[in-house]
Write a protein that binds this ligand. Structure first.
Ligand code: ZN
Ligand code: ZN
Length: 201
């Protein structure tokens, strides 16, 4: 059978008894070295990984198309991955395994909920930032700023700087998009250069 995205999904089973009442199992398989692109939230003492953006992954998208009754959604928790439930092994499997056997939970415990809420808050902040800034696809010298005032690297390297572009804040100052996002999640809603207030509510 051909792999439309270089990926195909395999069999699944439901576990609907006792403690597993809110769980399901999903088996994803990839062809070749396609990255999984699984977007997850984690927290220091948390068990499992919380899925944040399943649409980033072709493998998950394909699974969801084929198994709508067992679809992997934002907020669902990966409890066990290829038999592992500890952070470092799960992380390693996500990097290197060509098959992912996932024990998923549709409910979150307190720590998992916290990690998910932190993620949602960040997303809200970034969406507000997107609405506020002008994105400048900079040619050297084009945006009027030589270097980003946060990381001090050239603006013309913006495309290579974590994949983000150059953004202009309402006050007129330019930064790498990624640098300004990292700045915002520290809780400072002001321009790093002139202290101009950013209305991100
Ligand atoms: Zn920067
Ligand atoms: Zn400014």
């Amino acid at each position: 059978m051909p792999c439309p995205f270089g990926i195909r999904s395999a069999a699944h089973q439901l576990e609907r008894q006792g403690a597993w009442a809110s769980s399901y199992r999903a088996v994803l398989q990839r062809c070749g070295e396609e990255p999984w692109n699984m977007q997850v939230a984690i927290h220091k003492h948390m068990e499992g990984f919380v899925i944040t953006n399943p649409c980033c992954s072709d493998a998950v998208q394909q699974w969801n198309d084929e198994h709508p009754e067992l679809s992997i959604q934002a907020g669902h928790v990966i409890m066990e991955l290829n038999g592992f439930s500890d952070y470092s092994n799960m992380r390693e499997q996500l990097r290197s395994a060509s098959t992912l056997n996932l024990l998923m939970s549709t409910v979150r415990d307190a720590d998992q909920e916290k990690a998910f809420q932190v993620h949602l808050k960040r997303e809200g902040l970034f969406a507000a930032l997107d609405a506020l800034v002008v994105k400048v696809h900079s040619v050297p010298g084009d945006c009027g700023a030589e270097a980003c005032s946060i990381c001090h690297e050239d603006m013309d390297g913006a495309e290579n700087h974590g994949g983000g572009c150059c953004v202009r804040l309402p006050c007129g100052h330019h930064f790498h998009e990624l640098c300004v996002k990292k700045w915002l999640v520290t809780g400072k809603h002001r321009c790093p250069l002139c202290n101009g207030h950013l209305d991100l509510q």
